[in-house]
Each structure stands twice: as structure tokens, then as C-alpha cells.
Design a protein around this ligand. Structure first.
Ligand SMILES: [Zn+2]
Length: 79
């Protein structure tokens, strides 16, 4: 099935806010730094499912602050 090029607008890309769990090794899509689990201060990350041309393309991870600083690229992340 051919997908029309006009449908570039994001289909259902959205972010959710999650606690960083031990053993996760993602890096932030904005700053490139590792998103690390911390025993002292619970860290949160934004996990975004990114759709391109209406088709799921990838998952991106962000520090929650980076996501805010980026202007909520995939909408207001929900808990
Ligand atoms: Zn970051």
C-alpha cells in the first residue's frame, strides 16, 4: 500500500512520562546524554512513540526537562 506524501503530519506521535528504572540505558534524543537511574533522586524520562507518514517509526527518549525545553515536541506527556 502506497502512502501519500502529503500525510507528513504526525499521526499519533505522543509522549508518556515514566520513571527511569534500574538497568535502562537510553540516551536523550535532544541532548544526547544518558538517561540514568538514580537511587537518590527519582529521575523521569519521556518516552515518545514517533509516527511518520502515519506509520510507527521509532521510540525516542528524553530527559523530562529536555522535553520541556524542546517545547513538548510530541505533545503534553501524560503520566
Ligand atoms: Zn536530555
Amino acid at each position: 500500500m502506497k502512502i501519500a506524501q502529503e500525510r507528513v503530519s504526525t499521526f499519533a506521535s505522543r509522549g508518556v512520562r515514566r520513571r527511569v528504572e534500574p538497568g535502562e540505558g537510553s540516551s536523550c534524543a535532544r541532548c544526547g546524554e544518558a538517561i540514568k537511574f538514580s537511587m537518590k533522586t527519582p529521575a523521569h524520562q519521556i518516552i515518545a512513540n514517533v509516527y511518520e507518514n502515519g506509520v510507527w517509526n521509532r521510540v525516542e527518549h528524553f530527559h523530562d526537562t529536555c522535553y520541556l525545553n524542546a517545547g513538548l515536541p510530541y505533545g503534553n506527556a501524560r503520566d
